[in-house]
Design a protein around this ligand. Sequence first.
Ligand SMILES: [Zn+2]
Length: 190
Amino acid sequence: MLIKPVFKVLDVLQVPRLLEFILNLLVNVTRLTAEELEAAGQVLGTNAIDYSAERVGEGRLLPLYFMINRDRATTLFHTILFPSKGRHARGRLDLFVHELVHVYQFEKVGSIYIWQAIMAQMGAGYRYGEVDGLEERRKEGQTFSGFNREQQGQVAQDYYHHVLEKDLAANSRERLAFQPFIEELQAGLL
Ligand SMILES: [Zn+2]
């Protein structure tokens, strides 16, 4: 397929950097909060991404964008865009973790992650079958990289929401089901 080389050329030409520079002029950008950093470290690991280079974008021109995409958080390269209202407004750490996985995807595979995420949204979507699905897929030999780009975000989000926030025991079925996939995420195998 031609798609991959096209994104590769964009990456080599540093187009994402340029777009991100422009984007950061058009929205309010802030660094990650202490809470966000902590959540990031718990799921992705403290060294997965250069968190000091991460930005959260809000306001300014974004209400226009969020009118079109109906207030759904979006990650463009290293900038996570949150709407000012609705379920995706900044402050939900599980959603933040989901978006951060997209940043990690960008770091690992380049801007093609955007295409792959859109394809995922139009295809199998976000769901992976929860704990049953994780167990079944593991039995079949699937790894974290076998999930589509949205499922990857969702697995990390659900791990934060259902395991870490609830502080489930180390030997709980739920935690054990997530564990191998989260270890692969932390190892950057996506
Ligand atoms: Zn996503």
